[in-house]
Design a protein around this ligand. Structure first.
Ligand SMILES: [Zn+2]
Length: 329
């Protein structure tokens, strides 16, 4: 089976049954990518989707996931390689073309800090998006945070009050002592930064987040986005430990439009996509994989219901928290 890119009747039926009464009318997406397909720099599964993921295309596509919602957000590119500036130029032009939207600049670790400051301010960026695959030495799955988010960049971000979206790596993510050390060190010593730990503090194996989130309780400049997370426990741990104002909804568009789930397996996690296996072989009734975006919304709904959050707190996760973090109401 190939990767598909389409809205199906059962997606619409599922949204109306499970999610329509949960998702508020106004949504701030704290983690979404805009791109031309070539910006990826390698053949990506999302090639089945739009060639040019402009802001307009993003808004049209979000109609599949949450029809009728007014969606703004915090955007960044996908070019985590030498030609990253093409990706930044596209995102700055698109994301900042309409009010209510914000953007982060892709920043390779070797970029001169003053050049980074000047470029980000000139182009209108509100923060930084770092990523381990910028590192030349492969593989990068065990990189330490300062290798791809340097202290010099953190100092500039502190002075400029930038947000930073951090997708940490290493096997046990937040439960890794070095990762925890650097998050605490940066947040404590550079209070001007707004650190967003992507993917529920990379809680793709939720137990890594539930084990360690307590160590972030005293930090008041850390947030977590729920992007592409399709299980509830990491979301619940963040909500109970950091509080409902620190969780941000994010789609991780375009990954939101792939079908499947990410589940904990042992001390790791595994992504199951529609083309990972022949679903007929494991269920005689036939499994129909849903959008990752819908799986994530269902998990968030479960977390919110279990913890009995108020409507205002839910609106915070979907809209107000992200905007307040960016300094607007
Ligand atoms: Zn992402």
């Amino acid at each position: 089976m190939n990767i598909t890119w389409e809205l199906r009747d059962y997606d619409q039926e599922f949204f109306h049954r499970e999610l329509d009464s949960f998702v508020p009318p106004k949504v701030f997406d704290a983690h979404a990518h805009l791109y031309r397909i070539g910006h990826w720099g390698y053949p990506h599964a999302v090639s089945a989707g739009p060639e040019n993921a402009t802001l307009d295309e993003f808004n049209r596509q979000m109609e599949w996931i949450m029809p009728g919602r007014e969606v703004t957000g915090l955007f960044f590119g996908v070019g985590f390689h030498d030609r990253y500036m093409e990706s930044n130029e596209f995102v700055a032009q698109e994301a900042l073309s309409r009010p209510g939207n914000f953007a982060e600049m892709l920043v390779p670790p070797e970029l001169d800090p003053e050049q980074m400051r000047e470029t980000a301010k000139r182009m209108g960026f509100h923060g930084l998006k770092v990523y381990h695959t910028f590192l030349k030495q492969k593989p990068t799955w065990n990189a330490e945070i300062p290798q791809y988010l340097t202290e010099e960049h953190i100092r500039v971000a502190h002075e400029e009050n930038f947000s930073i979206t951090l997708h940490m790596v290493k096997e046990r993510a937040l439960a890794d002592p070095e990762n925890l050390h650097w998050i605490r060190h940066y947040c404590k010593n550079y209070p001007g930064i707004k650190l967003i730990l992507a993917h529920a503090a990379r809680g793709f194996n939720a137990f890594h987040t539930t084990e360690a989130i307590e160590h972030l309780r005293d930090l008041d400049n850390v947030w977590c986005d729920v992007s592409a997370v399709t299980e509830a426990p990491a979301m619940e741990a963040i909500l109970t430990t950091l509080g409902p104002k620190r969780l941000l909804w994010g789609s991780d568009y375009p990954l939101s439009h792939l079908r499947g789930r990410c589940i904990a397996m042992g001390d790791q996690f595994v992504w199951l996509y529609e083309n990972t296996l022949d679903w007929k072989t494991i269920s005689h009734t036939g499994i129909q994989p849903y959008f990752i975006g819908h799986e994530s919304l269902r998990s968030l709904k479960h977390a919110v219901r279990t913890l009995r959050l108020t409507d205002t707190e839910v609106e915070g996760i979907f809209y107000t928290n992200g905007r307040e973090m960016m300094g607007v109401r």
